[in-house]
Design a binder for this molecule. Structure first.
Ligand code: FAD
Length: 371
């Protein structure tokens, strides 16, 4: 069955209800644009995902991004004020641990690289939830865009077995560049060179796996440890205190949040129970027998997420990539605009980059409507 939705003038379709798409929706709504958001997943947030540990919605752990740096991220800082959202410092009190390739452990008293890192009260999810609540939009979840046609100004998307057709004055892609190039058909000749550029931009953190170990007490803090570990031994390569805000000083629901050091290909060769056993053995080595008394383990493997990750994302990159400044942000006669953190130049890959790229497109859309 074919549905047709005709939007009014100054109408915009945004592909992707991640942070970039939702922030742009929020700003366009404030300016009177009529915005339709098409989101392939059954939830908003994209790479932002927090999980509640209990009844209190503030008791969230982050399975996607945890850290923000409002002191250095002007858009985020402004948005947090506007949406009345609070941050709290990453817990860094105490010594950190460094694990050598042979498993040996060194204890260090030096300052943590996360002295300046903050986390959102309620998890990063609070940011996208608040944006969605405060935006005037039509949101279609479970709606996966398949093609964009500049001539008919139409976007075709699949919702279950149905093909849906949406028409608007402008379309903004707020999905990762590589995913756009490899999974959405653009019905116009945009050139192989641009497509290849998009395909070459890695989707930040797409191949990573986070594991959260939930405990009823912060036993590492009692040992004078911050919970921070850098390990060349593994299987966990980095560990932090990921306890939710409301439980920072007392009560049950503390967490050690970690990144698995094995890449996505290596993870495929071990079962979940093998991985879990190896991780618990490593935690016991680092923090003692209490580490075995884990209440809950949450595993989030982003390499399994087809709406984030492509096969070429499975093994890298190891370092934060440089994001190309010279790619066009608007094409097809200004019909199609490109947002999403991978399209940001200064803060590409980060939460701030999702906002930066949306602000760039906001200025271009406002400019093209006032011409
Ligand atoms: C494990 C992990 C840890 C991270 N840590 C940090 C951190 O500490 N600090 C930091 O600043 N950043 C961090 N990041 C990066 C941060 O999450 C991203 O920069 C940011 O969330 C990207 O937002 P976005 O809106 O640009 O993209 P996304 O969140 O990827 O949103 C894109 C949206 O498009 C949707 N979509 C895809 N294809 C289609 C389609 N065909 N049709 C319709 N919708 C589609 C997706 O479902 C998704 O909702 C981390 C990421 C991960 C995964």
């Amino acid at each position: 069955m074919l549905w047709v939705t005709l939007l009014d003038n100054k109408s915009v379709i945004i592909i992707g209800a991640g942070l970039s798409g939702l922030y742009l929706t929020h700003r366009l709504g404030q300016l009177g644009f009529e915005v339709t958001v098409l989101e392939a997943r059954d939830r908003i947030g994209g790479r932002i995902l927090s999980q509640a540990l209990g009844e209190n919605r503030h008791d969230c752990v982050d399975l996607g991004p945890s850290w923000v740096w409002p002191a250095f991220q002007p858009r985020l800082s402004h948005l947090l004020d506007e949406l009345k959202l609070d941050v709290f410092p990453q817990f860094t009190r105490g010594d950190s641990l460094y694990q050598l390739p042979d498993g040996g452990i060194e204890r260090h008293a030096g300052p943590s690289p996360h002295e300046q890192s903050s986390r959102l009260v309620g998890g990063a999810q609070a940011l996208v939830n608040r944006l969605a609540e405060s935006s005037n939009m039509t949101l279609h979840l479970n709606t996966r865009v398949q093609s964009i046609d500049a001539e008919t100004k139409t976007v075709l998307a699949m919702k279950g077995d149905e093909t849906m057709s949406f028409t608007a004055d402008h379309v903004v892609s707020a999905m990762p560049l590589r995913l756009l190039a490899e999974t959405v058909s653009i019905q116009a000749d945009i050139g192989d060179e641009l497509l290849n550029h998009w395909k070459a931009v890695p989707t930040w953190m797409a191949g990573h796996c986070k594991m959260v170990f939930v405990y009823d007490s912060p036993f590492w803090r009692d040992q004078g440890l911050s919970g921070e570990v850098f390990s060349h031994h593994g299987p966990l390569s980095e560990i932090y205190d990921g306890s939710p805000y409301s439980k920072e000083d007392s009560g049950p629901g503390f967490a050690l949040t970690s990144f698995v050091g094995l890449n996505a290909h290596q993870r495929e060769s071990v079962s979940e129970s093998q991985l879990m056993n190896a991780c618990l053995a490593q935690l016991e080595q680092l923090f003692g027998a209490q580490a075995r008394a884990v209440e809950q383990v949450i595993i989030k493997d982003w390499s399994h997420e087809a709406m984030t990750t492509r096969p070429s994302d499975l093994s890298g990159p190891h370092r934060h990539p440089e994001y190309p400044a010279n790619l066009p942000r608007q094409l097809l006669g200004r019909f199609l605009s490109i947002a999403g953190t991978e399209a940001a130049v200064e803060f590409g890959g980060y939460i701030e980059g999702a906002l930066e790229s949306a602000d760039t497109i906001l200025a271009l859309l406002v400019g093209s409507e006032s011409r």
